[in-house]
Structures are given as structure tokens and as C-alpha cells.
Design a binder for this molecule. Structure first.
Ligand SMILES: *Cc1c(COP(=O)(O)O)cnc(C)c1O
Length: 425
């Protein structure tokens, strides 16, 4: 297989003789056929082809194929956002009456999805600490558990998932492991190599990398044997009446069943397709992902090291920093670097944190991470503003915590900005 660098640049789209070198944007909602019968065969999933962009579009498919190649997966699809990707990944497996085991340090939006919205649809979730023992993890499973969920590097907690531990537990119970790999990207970690079955992304973050487009992706490793656990996954192993009785796992095998079902059922009915224009912009980001990630990591590491030596800082979280609670897991799963996001607690509490933020000149205050431009957020006065200081502490967020996302600027300018802002408090 080609290197990850070459795949970032070239995978997914291979022009034939005389075709455009750059990925064509196919801005067409629909596609023309000579006979009704030819189109009918597409509706029956008998032939492959395009008929309506809500289901599939050539531009989107080329970009999905690139992401599948980067993750080492068998098939992939794009979604309109990372939230849609995680919803589809879980809902393609689970239905009313089912149960999920999830790491508790995950993105707030995904926590809400699992803890509240999916609960209203009859799907329950048990949350476990990412550093739980194998026995504690085992005890979280129920007879109706259908999948396990975690984030390689959790946003914003920055804990690293012990992917092998979670994969072993999932497989011992005959269910797949879904890993959200947004923060490391496949340049720094490929969860499928450690046993994950399905990988999701908010492509809004490093993959786009320029703060231009919201998007998501789902990659299937193509390794999970749905038929071997047929009673657990009737949606994949029994006839789909909305598709003339097709059995996805029989007709499309381990490699194709999951993504085909998610496309032909969930995308058909929920319609969270990205615009082909956004897929094109995402692809431009992917072409430089392998060049950008090392600079994000270099800046993140330099900032974490600087903060860890400052007497104005009470605590630093960065997985690649020696002494961090996730350092050993980062060494194993993220040997080339983790990400550009660093969080820390300002000594002096909430007031000092607010003063620090106001003094920053290069880092901009934004609800975003993983952009080419550095940005920062004070959760206590923004995303978690409704909580009292006591509630914040209970949720694991210190009122003095600041989340910094190091962009692609010069390292000395980022560290210098933080240095002068700390000096002002
Ligand atoms: C941002 C994010 C999401 C949600 O993605 P959107 O593209 O904003 O919908 C999901 N998971 C992680 C880890 C994220 O950082």
C-alpha cells in the first residue's frame, strides 16, 4: 500500500485518459438513464450507479473513498456533519430496545446524542470511565448491548482511549467498536489497526482544517462478522422490507453491508448528505493533512511544555506531555504526536482565566478547534455558561479551565502570545 502522504494527496480519485486532473464537482441533483428498467435496477441495488444526490454523488464518493483509504477501511460515506456521522454509525446498528456502552469522556454533542436524544428513541447508554478496569468495562454490558463507543482523543477532556481494551471487550460480547478519530486523524492514529470496527470523523476539524465546511465521515473496517452474531443485528441480517427483502450482510458481505445499509436506509430517510461543493473543499484540506498535522502537534507540544513550567498555571492537559495521565496510552497509540489542542487551568480561578483570554492577540476566542488559525475557549463563560461553579466541577470542568487550539502559525508567536497574556494577570 502507498504511504499515508501519497494517499492524502491522490487516493479516492484516479482520472482516466483525458479526464480532469482535479476532482470534478458534480453539482447535479439527478442523473439521466435511457430506460426505466435501467433505473429500476439501481433502485433494487442490483446495479451500481447514481440516481439522486441525497443517496450518492460521485464527488462525495471519491472523497469518502480517500478517507476509507487513509483509515485502512473497506468502505466509507460522507455526512453533512460529525454529529450526523456519529448518529448514523450508532443508529445503523441499534434500534429501540437496544443498549450502548460508551466512554464518558466524549464530545458534548455526542454525549447529548447518546444520553438524551437516542434515549427518547428507546436506545439506552451506559457510560464508563475511559481508565476503567477490564472487569468494570465487562460489567457495563447487557444482553441487549449492540455496540461500544469512544473517542481516540476525547474532546475536550484530551484523554486517550485504550482502543485495544475497548475492542477486546466489544468483541468478547459479539458487538463492534465505534471510534471517533476526529482529533488525531488517520495521520496520527488508525483505530482499525488496533481493533476498531467502525471509525467516525467530524471532518469539520483537522480534515477540512481551514474552518470552511462542516462535515462528517463514517468508515467501516469491513471486518465485523454480522452473520456470526445474526440474532443481535436483525437490521443487517434479516430482510429489509423497504428494499424488496434484501439481506445486507448476505448480499454485500462483511465489506459492504454496513455502509450500503447506512446509505440506502439512513441517508434515504434522514437525508444528511453534504453538498458536493463542501466535499470538494474537504478534499483540498485532505491533500495537505499529512503536512499540517505535524505543525499542529509541534505547536501543541511547545505550548504544553511552556505552560507546564509557568507558575501562573495550575494544571496542563496534553496527552503527549510526559507526566500527563494519558501519556502512556499516547506513547502507544500516538507515537508521532497527538493533536494541537491543549487545555489548562489558570492559577487564580475564573477571574484570572477571563483576564488571560482578553489579553490574547494571536489566539482568537471562538467555539471551534482544529483550525489553521489558533483559537481558544473558556468553557465556564461560553459552552458551559449555564452551570454554577459547583456544577462545573462535578462535570469535570474547572471554572479556570481554558482550551487552546494551536493552529499552523509560528511556534514562537503562539507561545509568546500566551506568555504575554499570562504576564498580564
Ligand atoms: C466537533 C466534534 C463532533 C461534532 O462534529 P460536527 O462536525 O460539529 O457536527 C463530534 N466528535 C468530535 C470529537 C468533535 O470534535
Amino acid at each position: 500500500m502507498q504511504s499515508i502522504d501519497t494517499r492524502c494527496v491522490q487516493a479516492g480519485y484516479t482520472p482516466q485518459n483525458g479526464e480532469p486532473r482535479q476532482l470534478p464537482i458534480v453539482l447535479s441533483t439527478t442523473f439521466k438513464y435511457d430506460t426505466s428498467d435501467a433505473m429500476g435496477r439501481l433502485f433494487d441495488l442490483e446495479d451500481e450507479g447514481y440516481f439522486y444526490t441525497r443517496l450518492q454523488n460521485p464527488t462525495n464518493d471519491h472523497v469518502a473513498a480517500k478517507i476509507a483509504s487513509l483509515e485502512g477501511g473497506a468502505a466509507a460515506m460522507l455526512t453533512s456533519s460529525g454529529q450526523a456521522a456519529n448518529f448514523f454509525a450508532v443508529f445503523n446498528i441499534c434500534e429501540c430496545g437496544d443498549h450502548v456502552v460508551a466512554s464518558q469522556t466524549i464530545y458534548g454533542g455526542t454525549f447529548n446524542l447518546l444520553a438524551h436524544t437516542l434515549q427518547k428513541m428507546g436506545i439506552q447508554t451506559t457510560f464508563v470511565a475511559p481508565d476503567c478496569t477490564p472487569e468494570e468495562l465487562d460489567a457495563a454490558f447487557q444482553p441487549n448491548t449492540k455496540c461500544v463507543f469512544g473517542e481516540t482523543i476525547a474532546n475536550p477532556a484530551l484523554t486517550v482511549l485504550d482502543i485495544e481494551k475497548f475492542a477486546q471487550a466489544a468483541h468478547a460480547h459479539g458487538v463492534p467498536l465505534i471510534v471517533d478519530n476526529t482529533f488525531p486523524t488517520p495521520v496520527n492514529c488508525r483505530p482499525i489497526e488496533w481493533g476498531a470496527d467502525i471509525v467516525t470523523h467530524s471532518t469539520t476539524k483537522y480534515m477540512d482544517g481551514h474552518g470552511a465546511t462542516v462535515g462528517g465521515a463514517i468508515v467501516d473496517a469491513g471486518k465485523f462478522d454480522w452473520m456470526a452474531h445474526a440474532d443481535k443485528f436483525p437490521g443487517l441480517t434479516t430482510p429489509d422490507e423497504s428494499y424488496h427483502g434484501i439481506v445486507y450482510a448476505e448480499k454485500f458481505g462483511k465489506e459492504g453491508a454496513f455502509i450500503t445499509k447506512a446509505t440506502s436506509q439512513l441517508m434515504r430517510d434522514f437525508g444528511s448528505i453534504p453538498s458536493p461543493q463542501n466535499a470538494f473543499i474537504l478534499n483540498l484540506g485532505l491533500e495537505s493533512l499529512h503536512v499540517r498535522m505535524p505543525q499542529h502537534c509541534k505547536n501543541g507540544m511547545a505550548l504544553a511544555q511552556f505552560l507546564s513550567q509557568s507558575d501562573k498555571v495550575a494544571k496542563v492537559n496534553y496527552p503527549s506531555l510526559p507526566g500527563d495521565s494519558s501519556y502512556d496510552l499516547a506513547k502507544k497509540y500516538l507515537p508521532n504526536g497527538s493533536c494541537g489542542v491543549v487545555s489548562f487551568e489558570v492559577a487564580g480561578g475564573r477571574a484570572a482565566a477571563e483576564k488571560f483570554m482578553a489579553a490574547l492577540k494571536v489566539f482568537a476566542i471562538e467555539t471551534h478547534v482544529a483550525d489553521a488559525r489558533s483559537c481558544c475557549l473558556h468553557p465556564a463563560s461560553s459552552t458551559h455558561r449555564q452551570m454554577t461553579d459547583e456544577e462545573l466541577v462535578a462535570a469535570g470542568i474547572s471554572p479556570a479551565m481554558v482550551r487552546m487550539s494551536c493552529g499552523l502559525e509560528g511556534t514562537e508567536d503562539l507561545v509568546g502570545d500566551v506568555e504575554q497574556a499570562l504576564a498580564s494577570i
